[in-house]
Design a protein around this ligand. Sequence first.
Ligand SMILES: C[S@@+](CC[C@H](N)C(=O)[O-])C[C@H]1O[C@@H](n2cnc3c(N)ncnc32)[C@H](O)[C@@H]1O
Length: 257
Amino acid sequence: MYSARAVRDRRAESAARRSGQALRIRGRFGFRQGGAALTSLLVTPETPAADLSVVQDFVADYLAEDEVLAAARARGVALGCEPISPGSGAALRFLASSLRARAVVEVGSGAGVSGLWLLRGMLGEGVLTSIDFDPENQRAARKALAEAGVAAGRARLITGRGLDVLPRLTDGGYDLVFVESGWVDYASYLEEGLRLLRDGGVLAFGNLLRIAAAGGTQEEHAGLRQLTEVIRVDPRLVPFLLPFGEGLLIAAKRDVQ
Ligand SMILES: C[S@@+](CC[C@H](N)C(=O)[O-])C[C@H]1O[C@@H](n2cnc3c(N)ncnc32)[C@H](O)[C@@H]1O
């Protein structure tokens, strides 16, 4: 059932289409966040299919970041370690919350932006294990956690290569495994991730669209093609693609016993 207003809107849309006029759907959602007006949603029949950046802006503005996240993001950009987009960060927070996550591991701490989003979704006593081989980036991540008031016991920052550290972590001990360290060695990350996750836990790979659409080495492209296909058909996984920001490929681990 459509409301009277929705029926009026649909009629207006059809009339505008028929008359060839630009159709404007503006600000229907009317949300405000942190005192700042959200980007109005503006769609016209002439909007090229590829030009949907307005939707990406809307998603990013809808769950805008606070000052602590903004400061961590600025440090990440200055260090050149591409923080996760607000849309993907919010998706990670949502996943951590819906999984009631107590234990999460991420590879690619960067300057701590994804770590903060994850911690904000996890249970209060949850512990984030965050791995990065770059000590300078990890210092920035530590600073971000301190600025956010995260208790020392809630984050374990380990300096090292992901594939050296993950094998030391407990089988089935994690609710969520997030990897954002470049699309190389991802097949190994998939196997390690499956070993680490409890049944129903979620694997998330970041940077999918950035590498696919706008760059990356040949090795990364090959890794991406191979892994996306493997995850799509792996009977141990329930896959899904989230197209926010730089894209997240997520997959829940089935209970296959
Ligand atoms: C895109 S940044 C991560 C951004 C971070 N997730 C955030 O939102 O702030 C990638 C990070 O992965 C780290 N990295 C790359 N390859 C790695 C590896 N094999 N093991 C551990 N860290 C790695 C880099 O040093 C860099 O800090």
